[in-house]
Ligand binder design. Sequence first.
Ligand code: IMP
Ligand code: MG
Length: 173
Amino acid sequence: MITGKPFLTVEQIQNKVKELAAKISEDYKGKELISVGILRGAFMFFSDIVKLIQVPMDIDFLIASSYAKVESTGEVIIHADLRLDITNKHVLLIEDIADTGITLKYIKEILLERKPASLRICTLLDKKSRRKADVSLDYIGFEIPNLYVVGYGLDYENKFRNLPYIAIFKKSI
Ligand code: IMP
Ligand code: MG
């Protein structure tokens, strides 16, 4: 079940998206970008933020998973790889949430082997206290406590992704 009131409202999320997009637009001024959405979780955040980034860009997606229900398995599976060649390009990875950091660290490592000009990570949510893998995050929307959240792309067993806001999920007993 999900708890009654939003943990992060539509307005809070949209304000943060604007703030992040402004920072990214400033940092990449005069450059071209490849924005990479990590599916499925980042689909909503990705589509909102790319609309506000004022830099010419290509977009691409990577489908990855690492999570069995609410406990991280520590294994990352790439279900679908990028279609674009990122060699010598500025790449911005856009993710919904960094938890243990295992997924982002793995993805970052495989993409760095392709020698991009630069590679940065933008995540809407960061559960910093849960970090196991050492990975640096360049743009962070909200640092959140160790809670399981759903909505705005985030799921529990693939449900709730379509909620426009973020809510706390609790297993009903
Ligand atoms: P990590 O590899 O442990 O950092 O896990 C990252 C992935 O776990 C995210 O991309 C999400 O798919 C999933 N995840 C972690 N925490 C949550 C949560 O609170 N709600 C929904 N998905 C989560
Ligand atoms: Mg994800």
